[in-house]
Write a protein that binds this ligand. Structure first.
Ligand SMILES: CC(C)(COP(=O)(O)OP(=O)(O)OC[C@H]1O[C@@H](n2cnc3c(N)ncnc32)[C@H](O)[C@@H]1OP(=O)(O)O)[C@@H](O)C(=O)NCCC(=O)NCCS
Length: 253
C-alpha cells in the first residue's frame, strides 16, 4: 500500500517501522492500522466522540482506496455515530453488547489458585500478550502488538495486568480510565487455561482498580453471542445497556 501525499501521514513505531496512517480532513482525525492477518484490510478509528460528516468519510475512502486498501473496518461505534458510516455504504459486521458496572459491591477473589500470579504488564510483554490474544480471539479478531499497545493508549490512564502460571503468560486485561469513567478494553485467556477462574480474577482486579481510581462506572463490550464473556460479566454485576455497539465495514472498489 502506498501513501498518497494529501491528508495522510504515515505512523511509525519506535523502531521506525510503518504501522499505519493518520488521516485528517476538515477538523476530523482518524487513525488507520492494517488489520492483522488480512492483507488489504484496515481498521479505521476516529479520534472524536462525534461522527465525521459523510463527505469526510468519502474522502478517506478515496485516499485509502488509492493507497491499495480493499476493505475498511471501523472500531466499535455507538448508535449516534453509525448512521454517518451506514450512509456511506458501510454495513454491520459485528454487533456488540455494552455492559456497565456501578463499582459498588465488587465481589470475588483476585487470585483463585496458588499457581496463578497477577502482575503489571510492561512494553516488553506485548509480544507474549499478542500471542495470547490471537489464541483467545482467533486470527480474524486478534490484536497484534500494535493493537494491544493502542488499547493501552486509548484512554489517558490505563492498567495492563498479566496472569502468569510459572513464567508463562496465560491471560491479560487492559483497563483504562478517562475522568471518572473506566473501561475494560481487552480481556483474554489462552484457551488451554480457560475455565479455571483466570478471566474472573483479571476482571475482579480491573473492577477493584477502577474503584480505587474513584471511578463511578466501568464499561465493557463483547460480541452479542459471546455467552462465556457475558456470563462472566453478568455474574460480577455488570448490566447490559439497552443499546448496542457495532463494528461496520465497507469494501472499496
Ligand atoms: C471470556 C474469557 C476471558 C473468560 O476467561 P476464563 O478464564 O475462561 O473464565 P473463568 O474460568 O474465570 O470463568 C468465569 C465465568 O465465565 C463463565 N464461563 C466460563 N466458561 C464458560 C463456558 N464454557 N460457557 C459459559 N460460561 C462460561 C462462567 O460464568 C464462569 O463463572 P463460573 O466458573 O463461576 O461458572 C475467556 O473465555 C476468553 O479469553 N475468551 C476469548 C476472548 C474473549 O471473549 N474475551 C472477552 C470478551 S471481549
Amino acid at each position: 500500500m502506498k501513501s498518497p501525499a494529501t491528508n495522510m501521514e504515515s505512523l511509525a513505531d519506535g523502531s521506525g517501522q510503518a504501522v499505519g496512517w493518520m488521516l485528517r480532513a476538515d477538523d476530523c482525525v482518524a487513525r488507520v492500522r492494517p488489520w492483522p492477518g488480512e492483507p488489504g484490510t484496515v481498521q479505521l478509528i476516529t479520534l472524536e466522540q462525534s461522527a465525521p460528516p459523510a463527505r469526510v468519510i468519502h474522502r478517506w475512502m478515496e485516499e485509502l482506496g488509492r493507497a491499495g486498501v480493499r476493505l475498511i473496518r471501523t472500531g466499535a461505534l455507538g448508535p449516534t455515530i453509525q448512521p454517518a458510516y451506514l450512509e456511506c455504504g458501510f454495513s454491520v459486521r459485528q454487533e456488540l453488547s455494552l455492559l456497565s458496572h456501578g463499582l459498588v459491591g465488587v465481589r470475588g477473589s483476585v487470585v483463585p489458585s496458588e499457581s496463578l500470579m497477577l502482575r503489571r504488564g510492561r512494553r516488553t510483554d506485548l509480544a507474549s500478550l499478542a500471542v495470547v490474544d490471537r489464541s483467545a480471539f482467533g486470527p480474524l479478531w486478534a490484536m497484534d502488538v500494535h493493537g494491544v499497545a493502542d488499547a493501552c493508549q486509548a484512554t489517558p490512564h490505563h492498567r495492563l495486568r498479566l496472569a502468569l502460571e510459572g513464567s508463562s503468560v496465560i491471560g491479560f486485561a487492559v483497563s483504562g480510565r478517562a475522568g471518572r469513567s473506566a473501561y475494560l478494553q481487552r480481556l483474554a485467556v489462552a484457551p488451554e487455561s480457560q475455565g479455571n477462574g483466570v478471566g474472573r480474577a483479571l476482571t475482579v482486579d480491573a473492577l477493584r482498580w477502577a474503584r480505587r481510581q474513584r471511578c463511578t462506572s466501568m464499561m465493557v463490550n463483547t460480541h452479542v453471542e459471546n455467552e462465556t464473556a457475558l456470563a462472566l460479566y453478568r455474574s460480577l454485576g455488570f448490566q447490559e445497556l439497552a443499546y448496542r455497539l457495532a463494528v461496520l465495514e465497507r469494501p472499496l472498489p
